[in-house]
Design a protein around this ligand. Sequence first.
Ligand SMILES: NC(=O)c1ccc[n+]([C@@H]2O[C@H](COP(=O)([O-])OP(=O)(O)OC[C@H]3O[C@@H](n4cnc5c(N)ncnc54)[C@H](OP(=O)(O)O)[C@@H]3O)[C@@H](O)[C@H]2O)c1
Length: 264
Amino acid sequence: MDVTTREPIKQGTVLVTGATMGIGAAIAERMAREGMDLVLVARDGARLEAAAKRLRADHGVEVLAVPLDLSREQASVRLAERLRDERIEVEILVNNAGTALAAAVAATDPARVRALVDLNAGAVVELTSLLLPGMIARGHGAIVNIASTAAYAPAPYNAAYGASKAFVLSFTRALWAETLGTGVRVAAVSPGATETPMNTRQAPGKRQPEQVAETVIKALRGRGPAVVDGRFNSVQAFVFGRLLPTRTAARITGQFFRKAVWEN
Ligand SMILES: NC(=O)c1ccc[n+]([C@@H]2O[C@H](COP(=O)([O-])OP(=O)(O)OC[C@H]3O[C@@H](n4cnc5c(N)ncnc54)[C@H](OP(=O)(O)O)[C@@H]3O)[C@@H](O)[C@H]2O)c1
């Protein structure tokens, strides 16, 4: 299947991590509407099975639910082994699972911040390196990594999260260049504030998960290495990441994330 054309996406399996809620659930639903079979990953097995059942019933696609904590060592390896056992070749990998930690670095639990980095950055690179060789060998496939507008500017009081997303963005841009000409499409999609269980706060320009899922489809059909979801967020990423001096950008984003710390 050539995901870069404007033809409806069909045939093949999409692996979505963090697929039971929020953006991941919307991406899984959108892919199922395209007739793609799915592999869904999240920690909560019951919620995962419920999501799989709903998608099978609504769209008649095959769905494999794999309950896993992707922040754990060997989780990605176990997932790849499961795929091999089930004889599933992943056509599109969507590295979506991620977690945030609104706190000052000095007040952060080291174990929690380590788990955040292991999930948001570690699992992304590990799953990518496990599944990419097969895609390159087959001469087709796609990897979409969900970053964030927080990747574009310093994120005081959400520092490890912002840094993990900057890592995802940087990794994806480099991988995009490495895979040019292989038939494998690689792109980062950066949502801004999106209404999900992770982010229930009011924010200017807030978007819905379904809009991010639509941007993922557009990114798959595009050519560039990175897409920001929505016009407001694109402007924001440009202003905070490129236009404003770091001191000014950090003061503004810091105020925003600090408020989130108070509210927690
Ligand atoms: N919402 C926003 O405003 C926003 C903005 C920018 C970027 N993003 C990014 O978009 C992605 C999705 O965010 P979201 O807001 O949709 O999050 P969410 O509503 O909290 O959903 C997170 C999903 O990931 C799963 N998950 C969490 N920890 C996991 C782990 N250790 N192993 C496997 N699965 C795990 C959750 O299920 P279980 O709890 O059952 O594991 C759930 O399915 C994240 O990468 C996030 O950083 C979100």
